[in-house]
Write a protein that binds this ligand. Sequence first.
Ligand SMILES: NC(=O)c1ccc[n+]([C@@H]2O[C@H](COP(=O)([O-])OP(=O)(O)OC[C@H]3O[C@@H](n4cnc5c(N)ncnc54)[C@H](O)[C@@H]3O)[C@@H](O)[C@H]2O)c1
Ligand SMILES: O=C(O)C(=O)C[C@]1(C(=O)O)C=C[C@@H](O)C=C1
Length: 305
Amino acid sequence: MTVVFEKIAFVGLGLIASSMIWATKRAGSANTITGFARSQATRDTARRIGLCDVFDTVEEAVKDADLVVLAVPVGAMGAVAEQIAPHLKAGATVTDVGSVKRTVIEAVQPHLPDNVHFIPAHPLAGTEHSGPESGFASLFDNRWNLLVPVENTDPDALARMRTYWEGLGANVDVMEAEHHDLVLAVTSHTPHLIAYTMVGVADDLRRVTDSEVIKYSAAGFRDFTRIAASDPTMWRDVFLNNKDATLEILGRFTEELFALQRAIRKGDGDHLHAYFTRTRAIRRGIIEAGQDTDAPDFGRSKVGK
Ligand SMILES: NC(=O)c1ccc[n+]([C@@H]2O[C@H](COP(=O)([O-])OP(=O)(O)OC[C@H]3O[C@@H](n4cnc5c(N)ncnc54)[C@H](O)[C@@H]3O)[C@@H](O)[C@H]2O)c1
Ligand SMILES: O=C(O)C(=O)C[C@]1(C(=O)O)C=C[C@@H](O)C=C1
């Protein structure tokens, strides 16, 4: 039990905040945890499940906090920062957990007073669920959390955030904002858009084939439906805020897709086989490096065979 921040305040009480709260309690890294969410229903739920000390105004929630966590959709970060700025304790650290970093930094930083530290972060862990009841303490165990320091970041404040996230079970790395947004466009944002599209296509088709698409849905499609069930507000904001990187990756994706489409039309099996062999090697590389914590053991034991 090591207290890293005496008092932590959470603005937004959804999946990520509630998971951080349970993990903070598990680690004993704060003595007081407060919270605020915009809707009365969310605050009531958070109180009912005993999540933290819930306040009806954001000003009360952040008062005297040593760490303030912004855990709202990316598009709401700037407005929340503006609202809390006059109420922050001198020397406090403000962080966010948004899935996009450059626009969040641009929206938040100008509002914050000079006497607080701003350490943006992004835990690479989540589920398709949202709201205060969806959180669980082990969400960040053995997952990456990326810290994205702004210019002139105080090294001690950065080190404290690293200690805090390690206490929540995460592995911590530091990344520059622009690079973060490009990497996440490849590994998270574009895959989500593809899943949304595929489920939309299947839904259109369902009208033709009745309920067969759902009834016979195989594992691949079911994985797509899980991802496509993610929160619409969160993902709308991700795409509006990571526009350039997502459009860049989508452009490349479309080119590759056209090449595969052409190979299928021309019966070019060599092209298809070579392509699938390359992608299989990538998956095996990830498992071999121990970077897929969700992969079942049989996946690992097959590597190299
Ligand atoms: N869900 C994921 O997989 C995941 C993973 C990593 C990071 N993130 C990021 O974390 C943040 C929160 O995501 P989540 O999954 O916890 O979402 P969520 O929908 O579960 O929770 C969002 C919370 O923010 C509150 N809220 C919305 N607008 C607000 C406002 N203006 N003022 C105060 N509260 C407001 C909502 O009431 C809710 O409590 C987002 O920025 C998201 O990009 C999400
Ligand atoms: O596992 C999931 O459901 C997720 O989509 C989590 C996921 C991801 O793409 O990996 C989604 C968005 C985040 O910003 C971080 C993690």
